[in-house]
Design a binder for this molecule. Structure first.
Ligand code: GAR
Length: 268
């Protein structure tokens, strides 16, 4: 029998997506086991869900690392293999004219936190890392150490909007405030930008005239709970491949982008 996919999860909050994935694993709807749950926030309710299902869990307290850096920047232990110049050359999170001090603070504290995450994750082998309401962007330092095969990225994220519309921290809020008549969610692989990686799956739902933001969020989450396990199962079945696709643009020229190809069965 084929070994089940070993899935690690990172969360920051309530963990309803984590719960949907745990339930799908336990019900045999996906051929996967959650092997750890990590959090950047010691108060994340999702950690209780992990505990209840006897899933190993850990926290790397990002806020604590930031506090430490503010008090004593030199006291923040940076990983030995951290190369700021390399990270700055790769990152797509900040525009080029960003103040150097901001960049140094952000990428140094992130590297310290991410090294701690990697260390905890390394204690448990995993095939796929899913971000399930993890509210910290990951930097190239972390991404490169998890994604070692460019053809088979290993980090998935769920975002509460139909990307590329409304990246960022408040997808449903942005969708609602804009007056959209349809909302949705997206599962994508992570790249060096913010919510910009190759798209694996999307689901949409109608927004009726009287719907409040709370209704939009509730309807969106319901779609997320169905979409995320489906995408994980596609990964478990080895049906996802990232390819570079070049397409002609209407005004001339071409656009090249990494996109996900999904095969109908077996290998992509
Ligand atoms: C979900 O709506 C998820 O899409 C979103 O946070 C919520 C987490 O809910 N993620 C992001 O915005 C990531 N940038 P949950 O903790 O109940 O799964």
């Amino acid at each position: 029998m084929k070994r089940k996919l070993r899935v690690g999860a990172l969360i920051s909050g309530g963990g309803t997506n984590l719960q949907a994935i745990i339930d799908a694993c336990e019900a045999g709807r996906i051929d996967a086991d959650i092997v750890f749950v990590g959090s950047d926030n010691p108060g994340a309710r999702g950690l209780e869900r992990a505990e209840k299902h006897r899933i190993p869990h850990f926290t790397v307290d990002y806020a604590d690392i930031h506090r430490g850096y503010r008090t004593d920047p030199k006291g923040t232990a940076l990983p030995g293999d951290f190369d700021l110049a390399e990270i700055l050359a790769k990152q797509h999170l900040f525009p080029p004219d960003t103040e150097r001090e901001t960049l140094v603070r952000f990428f140094s504290t992130r590297a310290a936190a991410e090294a701690a995450l990697l260390e905890s994750m390394a204690e448990r082998g995993f095939d796929l890392l899913v971000l399930a309401g993890f509210m910290r962007t990951l930097t190239p330092y972390f991404i490169d150490r998890v994604n070692t095969d460019p053809e088979r990225p290993r980090i998935m994220n769920i975002h509460p909007a139909i990307l590329p519309a409304f990246p960022g921290v408040d997808g449903y809020g942005d969708t609602f405030r804009y007056g959209c008549k349809v909302g949705g969610c997206t599962v994508h692989f992570i790249d060096y930008g913010e919510d910009s990686g190759p798209i694996i799956g999307q689901r949409a739902f109608p927004i009726a005239p009287g719907d409040s933001l709370d209704v939009v969020k509730a309807n969106g989450l319901r779609e997320e709970w169905a979409l995320y396990p489906e995408c994980i199962q596609l990964y478990a079945e080895d049906r996802l491949r990232v390819v570079r696709r070049t397409s002609a643009l209407p005004g001339g020229g071409v656009m090249t982008r990494a996109v996900v190809e999904i095969s109908t069965s077996g290998k992509a």
